[in-house]
Write a protein that binds this ligand. Structure first.
Ligand code: CVU
Ligand code: MN
Length: 603
């Protein structure tokens, strides 16, 4: 497998780094000198911890920059700021074991996500500085996360307690996600699909909350490039051969009247493959196009996420985007294992943004789905000869299914360290697991009545027992974006039960049976309540119980979170959020986000 193809060009070159700021008591003549080594060593320990755990989407360890000196006052704070700007530092973590002068040492850049780690000792009061500087951050409207250990450590103890380690790594991952999206694009391919609100792309959301830009193109660009052969013809041959070998075609579920000819289906396969190349080139560019004299097209649109309208102006006449979306979202293709591209179907930019969050927080592929049906235990029993849902599914199931953009990783054929189904970063996926994901997926002629232009749609059933998190960003008039999160598990049904339920929908599409974790309270009173309160027709499924990471990232961007089932002990937000109420955190979050406003300026 060629490593050169392993990640989009956007994830090469100068990626944002994480900066460490060791702050120190500035009093020379004894105090500062006695703390220099300990403070700089603490910075090095934290840097090592982050570098060995946090990776860029291309699999490389995140780069860390430590300030050249400890920061005892404003001159050294300014020198550190200069260094951070030169080095493209996008996330800042201040560390100290001692008292320092609060506002004189603090990081004043309002856009860099920031945290302060105050070592919990008592010989020197790191936690007192932490409290002082966090008060400054709150008072000045530059929110920062506060980190200090539960248990007091002795002055020379260089061990990092587990609670501190977890908070530092969660903050680093979430801060990096925000820094990585800043300045990149969402590529809107087409317009609004079938009146779906999520695909009425809202520029202000992308610009003000995510720091991104929207690039807009018409789908006629696809047909133009196909007709003129504006794609890498040799890659196209390789891709088509790989598809013939690895993407088995399954039953045609169309009626005899609506079945398309073999010749027609073969032509659709060719177009489907060309669409993958073209969409990818549109997103991130391709130096091969420059060699063909297409220098402008070679540049791409700097897109780390995109959406394809498809229905209906495209799909009425041309093959649908299912194959294109599925393969681009997957962690591998004919070029081998690689970073997934994030592509939403129906140009649902809000789901694309949610997928982008999931991807940048975990480095894994994402499943995009319609939230199609709530199946109550009684409804399943009556549809399936009395079959009783059990285990995680005992309160009922949500049927996640949609054309297109569920990554093949969503088959659940990758395994975590305990052997449970999961979706992994591409560099952890084995060749065997790639084969298993492909084997578990069949491709079917799309339903002609829905897609007169044809196309090939993927079908699989996700293996059960995968801890997973379902999410969605919605736009609310007068409020802005708001995020919802439901952690739960995938469920595997006996074959006959699955078939009965699946055949009642659209059997040419991939299915995940998802059981949210119910808590008996609020929106999580029951599985029915989760479905009933979901804000849109679409959702994203990310592997793992990672709702806490979504919450932390959302707070960095000032996106409030409603209806989540993440335990309070895992909720980590900037210290300033406490000032908006500590009894009802969900409601306090709304006030804090409203007060500070979107990270990149008022809408
Ligand atoms: C084929 C249909 O138009 C589906 O694409 C439609 O139900 C949706 O996916 C709506 O989100
Ligand atoms: Mn849909």
């Amino acid at each position: 497998m060629s490593s050169d193809n392993s990640s989009p060009t956007l994830w090469k070159g100068d990626l944002p780094k994480i900066g460490i700021r060791p702050t120190i008591d500035g009093r020379l003549g004894g105090v500062r000198e006695s703390l220099e080594d300990q403070t700089m060593n603490l910075a090095k320990t934290v840097a090592e911890l982050i570098a060995s755990n946090v990776r860029y989407p291309n699999g490389e360890p995140v780069e860390i920059v430590i300030a050249e000196t400890c920061i005892g006052g404003v001159a050294e704070a300014a020198a550190c700021d200069d260094l951070f700007r030169r080095e493209n530092v996008g996330v800042s973590l201040t560390v100290t074991p001692c008292w320092c002068y609060g506002s004189e040492t603090m990081d004043m850049d309002p856009l860099r996500p920031k945290a302060v780690f105050g070592f919990n000792g008592t010989e020197r009061p790191g936690a007192v500085y932490l409290a002082a500087v966090l008060a400054g951050h709150t008072q000045k409207g530059i929110p920062a996360f506060g980190i200090y250990g539960r248990d007091v450590q002795s002055a020379g103890d260089s061990n990092m307690p587990a609670d501190v380690t977890a908070k530092i790594l969660d903050f680093a991952q979430c801060g990096l996600a925000a820094a990585l999206m800043k300045g990149k694009s969402y590529l809107s391919m087409g317009g609004t699909s079938m009146g779906i609100a999520g695909s009425m792309v809202d520029f202000s959301f992308w610009e003000k909350w995510l720091g991104m830009r929207v690039e807009d193109i018409d789908m006629s660009e696809f047909i133009g490039r196909m007709n003129k052969g504006q794609y890498d013809a040799s890659e196209y041959e390789t891709a088509l051969a790989w598809v013939k070998e690895n993407c088995p075609e399954g039953d045609d579920y169309n009626s005899d009247d609506t079945k398309r000819s073999r010749e027609q289906l073969d032509a659709e396969w060719s177009d489907c493959v060309k669409m993958v190349l073209i969409a990818r080139d549109l997103m991130v560019g391709n130096p091969k196009l420059a060699e063909m004299g297409l220098k402008e097209q070679a540049q791409g649109h700097q897109a780390i996420a995109s959406g394809f309208q498809g229905q209906r102006q495209w799909t009425d006449h041309f093959p649908n985007g299912d194959f294109m979306e599925a393969i681009l979202n997957t962690s591998f293709d004919w070029n081998g294992k690689r970073t997934p591209y994030i592509v939403a179907t129906e140009n649902d930019g809000l789901n694309a943004a949610t997928m982008l969050f999931g991807h940048l927080l975990t480095n894994t592929a994402q499943v995009f789905a319609d939230l199609r049906t709530y199946w109550s235990p009684d409804a399943v029993a009556s549809a399936c000869d009395g079959y009783q849902l059990e285990g995680h599914a005992s309160d009922g199931l949500l049927h996640l299914i949609n054309s297109g953009p569920a990554a093949l990783d969503g088959t659940g054929r990758q395994r975590d360290a305990d052997g449970k189904p999961t979706m992994k970063p591409f560099w952890e996926i084995s060749d065997e697991e790639v084969k298993e994901c492909l084997k578990a997926t069949s491709w079917h002629p799309s339903i002609t009545e829905y897609f007169p232009g044809g196309g090939m749609s993927s079908r699989f059933a996700t293996l059960g027992g995968m801890p997973a998190t379902m999410t969605r960003i919605n736009l609310v008039s007068g409020l802005g974006p708001a995020l919802q999160i439901a952690e739960g598990h995938t469920v595997e049904l006996p074959n006959n039960v699955h078939d009965t339920l699946d055949m009642r929908t659209n059997p040419t599409w991939p299915t995940t049976w998802f059981a949210p974790t119910v808590t008996g309270r609020g929106a999580f009173t029951s599985t029915y309540d989760v479905m009933n309160r979901w804000g849109a027709n679409h959702c994203v499924m990310t592997a793992g119980h990672v709702g806490h990471l979504f919450i932390t990232l959302a707070s960095i961007l000032r996106i409030p979170v409603y209806m989540h089932n993440v335990d309070e002990s895992r909720v980590f937000r900037p210290s300033a959020w406490n000032a908006f109420g500590t009894d009802n955190l969900e409601s306090a979050d709304f006030r804090a986000c409203e007060n500070f406003g979107p990270l990149y300026g008022r809408a």
